[in-house]
Design a protein around this ligand. Structure first.
Ligand code: NAI
Ligand code: MG
Length: 362
């Protein structure tokens, strides 16, 4: 008997179920080629949770996630639920609680530009020739978004808005280990982002990162102030391998890095807890403008499933095979509408057709 992994499947809203269907077909194909079974349990989340069970993150869904080894998440939200109170809406009512409940402290967002898609980028062709492959690792449960004190104090013109940037040694240590371990399996470089010339939390951040780096002599460490990093990303993205950031810096730089690739529908993400548990989802949203037409790009969802194999299930070979199959299909000219540029050699295909092509190349 081969290995068995339990996967909570949360397709969500809009294009979520359409792109999820393709990711699940890729998992079927992986089962056939490797000695592994993915036991999948579907659960409602987001607008689907609200419509069918009365809330964005139903209790049954949380329990299914708790008894699983990983969560494969589609995307949530849409105009139908935008009039609900913010905390009950699909995104805030489901995504933030999931991060909290499962302690998903490490957010991994690859920004990859495939060589055959470089003209989709907003950067000049010569800057990105040959493509780039950056992995932004963002601390997700600490820093200025969560630390106390926080809030608006006082009355009228005497009011003061307060946020606190606070990081403990263990918080810095665990995210730094994630970055170095990831770098070890890729380009062997970590660039740690901080603002150590101004912020005390950054002074501690840098000190701890330098200490942890001694355990990884095979990985090259550099440091960059966040403002310079924002410039360097647009100037010469190829200099980066793994970028390590605290929560807010990572929020901003990961969006910047994603946009450099020019194709939101292509980028996966992983949010990891202590141990091997993680949640995997596309970087984009539910795309209500194209939902129901079968034309969404499923690559982000498929690559998210690949990240699940890599980071939660230790199936590095199968994960590499998925990445390579996607690259081959793009080299072969297959394009969903969002990445179609009407160039010679391109074939405009729908969600299922590009899924078929990826499976055929596995
Ligand atoms: P969006 O990412 O859904 O769409 C932005 C644009 O990118 C649209 O034109 C869309 O068609 C396109 N796009 C996105 N993913 C695509 C794909 N896989 N294939 C082809 N085209 C794709 O962001 P938007 O429009 O700001 O938000 C729509 C809804 O999604 C909102 O309700 C928002 O709250 C929600 N959302 C959910 C997220 C999540 O579940 N993690 C993240 C971001 C937004
Ligand atoms: Mg953001």
């Amino acid at each position: 008997m081969g290995k068995l992994f339990k996967v909570a499947v949360l397709p969500g809203d809009g294009i979520g179920p359409e792109v999820m269907a393709e990711a699940l077909r890729v998992l079927d194909a992986v089962e056939k080629r490797y000695d592994v079974t993915f036991e999948r349990t579907h659960a409602n989340v987001g607008g689907a949770g609200i419509d069918l069970e009365g809330r964005a993150l139903p209790e049954t869904t949380v329990n299914i996630c708790k008894s699983s080894d990983a969560i494969l998440f589609g995307s949530v939200g849409g105009p139908k639920w935008e009039t609900l109170p913010p905390d009950e809406q699909p995104e805030r009512g489901a995504l933030l609680p999931l991060r909290k409940i499962f302690g998903l402290y490490a957010n991994l967002r690859p920004a990859i530009i495939f060589p055959s898609l470089t003209s989709a980028s907003s950067l000049k062709e010569e800057v990105i020739a040959g493509g780039f492959d950056i992995l932004v690792i963002r601390e997700l449960t600490g820093g200025i978004y969560f630390s106390q004190p926080k809030g608006i104090e006082g009355e009228g013109r005497n009011r003061v808005g307060v946020d606190t940037m606070r990081y403990s040694v263990p918080e810095i240590e665990r995210i730094t280990h994630v970055a170095f371990q990831a770098a070890r399996k890729r380009g062997k470089k970590v660039c740690s982002i901080d603002k150590a010339n101004v912020l005390s939390s950054s002074v501690l951040w840098r000190e701890i990162v330098i200490n942890i780096a001694k355990e990884y002599p095979d990985v090259e460490l550099s440091h960059m102030y966040v403002d310079n990093a924002a410039m360097q990303l647009v100037k010469w993205p190829k200099q980066f391998d793994v970028i390590l950031c605290e929560n807010m810096f990572g929020d901003i730089l990961s969006d910047e890095a994603a946009m450099l690739t020019g194709s939101l529908g292509m980028l996966p993400s992983a949010s990891l807890a202590e141990g091997t548990f993680g949640m995997y989802e596309p970087s984009g949203g539910s795309a209500p403008d194209i939902a129901g037409q079968g034309i969404a790009n499923p690559i982000a969802q498929i690559l998210s499933a690949g990240m699940m194999l890599r980071y939660s299930f230790g199936m590095v070979e199968a994960a590499d095979a998925i990445d390579q199959a996607v690259a081959k299909v793009l080299d072969g000219g297959y394009r969903t509408r969002d990445i179609y540029q009407e160039k010679a050699g391109e074939k405009l295909v729908n969600t299922k057709e590009i899924g078929d092509a990826i499976i055929a190349n596995l």
